[in-house]
Design a protein around this ligand. Structure first.
Ligand SMILES: NC(=O)c1ccc[n+]([C@@H]2O[C@H](COP(=O)([O-])OP(=O)(O)OC[C@H]3O[C@@H](n4cnc5c(N)ncnc54)[C@H](O)[C@@H]3O)[C@@H](O)[C@H]2O)c1
Length: 252
């Protein structure tokens, strides 16, 4: 667990896909570092639990990232509430079925691309419009080791995560002179529901840990720390970067 201390006092932070796993740990870190945090996700019950857990320091707005008009409303709601979006974390993602590329159905493919790629773009589109109008901001997208290297049996997930790397790099270049920094993190295996659903019944988590040079799976808080650093002023000259947070997996 990181001992890094961040100061996000007076910052407004949006975490889309923030009701569980990496997103929830990220919302927690920003909130405990002084930020006003809006968590968004599809599950209203989870949202209510989070609002109660954080005693009002975290707000919730329901959204399905596949729905562009709902994402637009989310950005409007946040700016009406707090006036600006300093930091946006686009973290929503699904795993898709485990198996070879030829076994994927058209429906599987569509769902993965709609959430993991178009969903991130929907968020970026309205965040960037808002950030242009307010004079700047920071965006961090959640990619994966699968943005950077081959991971077999999750080819369409990997394709969507490679696409996030491209989207991040190109939009960072477009907005370099607009005071908007855009980066992505590329986590290795992290102990969350997504990882268990992705490999459950196929690979034991111990086997996955053994593939990682550091010999273990990450905790969500370790990914949250990297997201917070990218979003902080300490990373003020970092844009268009895909930051591997993977215990050495990508370079092994
Ligand atoms: N766990 C890992 O090993 C791992 C590794 C690399 C990258 N990631 C990425 O990290 C991100 C978070 O995943 P996690 O591991 O914390 O798992 P998770 O399942 O806990 O989190 C995924 C989040 O995305 C949200 N989401 C799913 N569909 C959505 C939709 N249509 N609209 C809005 N939100 C939606 C969920 O509600 C959830 O909060 C994902 O993008 C995932 O691809 C995870």
């Amino acid at each position: 667990m990181s001992n890094l201390k961040f100061d996000f006092a007076d910052k407004t932070v949006l975490v889309i896909g923030g009701t569980s796993g990496i997103g929830l740990a990220t919302a927690d870190l920003f909130a405990s570092s002084g930020a006003q945090v809006m968590v968004a996700g599809p599950d209203e019950d989870q949202g209510r639990e989070i609002v109660a857990k954080f005693s009002g320091s975290v707000a919730f707005h329901a959204v399905d990232v596949r729905d562009e008009s709902a994402v637009k409303l989310l950005i409007q709601a946040m700016t009406e509430c707090w006036g600006r979006i300093d930091i946006a974390i686009n973290n929503a993602g699904i795993e898709g079925p485990f198996g070879p590329v030829e076994a994927l159905s058209d429906e599987d493919c569509q769902r993965i691309i709609d959430i993991n790629l178009k969903g991130i773009w929907h968020g970026m589109k309205y965040q960037i419009l808002q950030m242009l109008s307010q004079g700047g901001g920071v965006i961090v997208n959640t990619g994966s080791s699968a943005s950077l290297r081959a991971i077999s049996n999750v080819a369409m997930y990997s394709a969507s995560k490679h696409a996030i790397a491209g989207l991040t790099k190109a939009s960072a270049v477009e907005h370099g002179r607009n005071n908007i920094r855009i980066n992505a993190i590329a986590p290795g295996p992290v102990r969350t529901g997504l990882l268990e659903r992705m490999v459950g019944g196929h690979i034991q988590l111990d086997e996955i840990a053994n593939m990682v040079p550091m010999g273990r799976i990450a905790e969500s808080s370790e990914i949250a720390s990297a997201i917070a650093w990218l979003a902080s002023d300490s990373a003020s000259f970092v844009t268009g970067h895909i930051l591997a947070v993977d215990g050495g997996l990508t370079v092994a």
